[in-house]
Design a protein around this ligand. Sequence first.
Ligand code: KIV
Ligand code: NA
Length: 266
Amino acid sequence: ATKSLSVMDIRARKGGVPLVCLTAYTTPIARIVDKECDLVLVGDSVGMVLHGLPSTLPVTLDMMIMHGKAVARGLEHALMVVDLPFGSYEQGPQQAFASAARIMAETGAAAVKLEGGRRIAGTIRFLVEHGIPVLAHVGMTPQSVNAYGGYRVQGKGESADEIHADARAVADAGAFAVVLEKMPAGLADRITADLAIPTIAIGGSAGCDGQILVIDDILGLFDDFKPNFVKRYAHLAKDAATAVAAYADDVRNRSFPEDEHVIRDN
Ligand code: KIV
Ligand code: NA
């Protein structure tokens, strides 16, 4: 078996071949993405993508742990990171440590991700000092959707300096890498040039140290809406609808099951 990547391996990829990252929520998809990915994120996007929730806010620690266990069973190579869900870390370092320790102990994740910049830097430092590697996440952070009033681009115009300061703060606090979400490409490039840790973009720029997308988005499986930074590489929701319609036709006109699908008592 190939040795699985560590946070040090990811950290060392700064300025090198871009890091390939995707989300996964289940064992069969984890097996597929593991063949190509450096880092696999069990994102709290699972709430919207698999559970039909209206945002990531209702996602619980128990949900993250259940999906984390499922993904871990499918990975041999990629580094697994699990999101800390909304409400499981914002009260401070103690709460964040308790939540992250449960995730790591119960799923085998090598690191956790949490959202926020300067306001959460003290918590990141505490986790890192106590043996919990942290992937940071700045820019448009979906758990703050109610504060933003929508999933708006962050860091336009003068607010670019705010996002840059957030990125610098999480790097200084000891994060091994940082996700940059939904910001102008020029800002993502500026942050990438400034930080000593890898930047992983979702709605960033091609100059970042890695890219991440939601697996159901690239497969065309989640097609409620498509953010502009998503590229679809397949149309599985359409293919699935076609397959289901063909099955329904076969059942109604008794052309399924065929001979090979029935049991003979011979
Ligand atoms: O939950 C998620 O999918 C994320 C992203 C960075 C893709 O946080
Ligand atoms: Na997330």
